[in-house]
Design a protein around this ligand. Structure first.
Ligand code: FO1
Length: 330
């Protein structure tokens, strides 16, 4: 991380609830964490990517957000810990074990300890909070639910659990659809409703995460979407599609396979009915009118977050849009 002037720090007393997946969402959350106090925003994280592997409970998006905020994430991969070693994985492979999912030696401690704590009855929320605190992260990171939900990718051949599709099969199978196993019985994290209760004017921000496999599982938890809609602040999404492609991950490929054009316009249509505004990149400025015709307000800025400065600027821009909403300048 480079030098970022602290003059960016600002107050945002209405509160903000950001819905996030892994890598892309974590980048925006870092930006927000540099300009807001940790008490001023709640990060609701997707748990549809979670799975059991080698007897361990793995929560990739929670770990990515936590490691990123702790400045411990491997910047190049976007997930896992920096300065990682792979002795466990290599030895496992040497024994003929299941080595397709890359668990680093340091990262392994997180999964082992989380699995232990869950087995003795702790909730995923309390484990997440404890780990964040141990890593020096004061931001409020909460799983969408404490109950098990698994994103299933329906492909032309078979139904695959998300990590099997994403990591083992390298997103190669053709996507036909998605469903979220267990979601019907999942209770939304009570901390989200509590936050909405205490911050009735909170803004809701959908991070530039994959709409199908990161944001939809969160909005699909029974009652959660309506609870978020009931708060009075603006609901804003940042398009994960920039100039027809995704910065990282399979969002654009998924859209093509589903017969949806991979454009910011399609993102607007996907979130229509939930969002008031969509933040798009300069390179998509030609879509301004077409998107605004749907009744969704459009803001144009730089949404590519390569540097820390990019992240802080985008976070600040989102806060400016939210302020403008209250000043009735939309
Ligand atoms: N992503 C990969 O592409 N390959 C991996 O082997 C891999 C391992 C892994 C281990 C722990 C962890 O927290 C994340 C890991 N990820 C890996 C990332 C993860 O699959 C994705 O970030 C998310 O699930 C998509 O949001």
């Amino acid at each position: 991380y480079g030098y970022v002037p602290l003059t960016n720090v600002r107050s945002h007393s209405n509160g903000l609830c950001v819905l996030s997946g892994g890598v892309g969402g974590a980048k925006l959350v870092v930006g927000l964490s540099k300009v807001l106090k940790s008490t001023e925003f709640l990060v609701v994280v997707n748990t549809g990517d979670d799975f059991h592997h080698l007897g361990l409970k793995i929560c990739p998006d929670i770990d990515t957000v936590t490691y990123t905020l702790a400045d411990l994430v491997d910047q190049e991969r976007g997930w896992g810990l920096k300065d990682e070693t792979w002795n466990f994985l290599n030895n496992l492979k040497g024994l003929g074990g299941d080595g397709w999912f890359n668990l680093g030696d340091k990262d392994l401690a997180t999964h082992v300890e989380r699995t232990q704590r869950l087995a003795r009855g702790d909730t995923l929320t309390s484990v997440t909070k404890a780990f964040a605190s141990s890593l020096g992260v004061s931001s409020m990171i909460v799983p969408m639910t404490n109950d098990p939900v698994s994103t299933i990718v329906e492909t032309s051949e078979e139904h695959l659990a998300f990590q099997h599709y994403f990591v083992r099969d390298r997103c190669l199978p053709e996507v036909k659809g998605f469903h979220f196993h267990g979601i019907g019985a999942a209770k939304s994290n009570p901390l989200i409703s509590e936050y909405c209760e205490g911050n009735n004017n909170a803004a809701i921000v959908l991070a530039p995460s994959n709409p199908f496999v990161s944001i939809d599982p969160i909005l699909g938890v029974p009652g959660l979407k309506d609870r978020l809609l009931s708060v009075k602040g603006p609901k804003i999404a940042i398009s994960p599609i920039i100039n027809g492609g995704a910065v990282k991950g399979p969002a654009a490929k998924m859209m093509e396979e589903l017969g949806i054009p991979s454009t910011a316009m399609a993102i607007a249509n996907h979130y229509k009915g939930f969002i008031d505004a969509l933040v798009i990149d300069h390179s998509d400025s030609k879509l301004f009118e077409e998107i605004e015709d749907t009744g969704i307000k459009v803001f144009i800025t730089n949404t590519v977050m390569r540097t820390l400065e990019n992240k802080v600027v985008l976070a600040n821009e989102c806060l400016n849009y939210i302020d403008q909403f209250w000043e009735d300048k939309w």
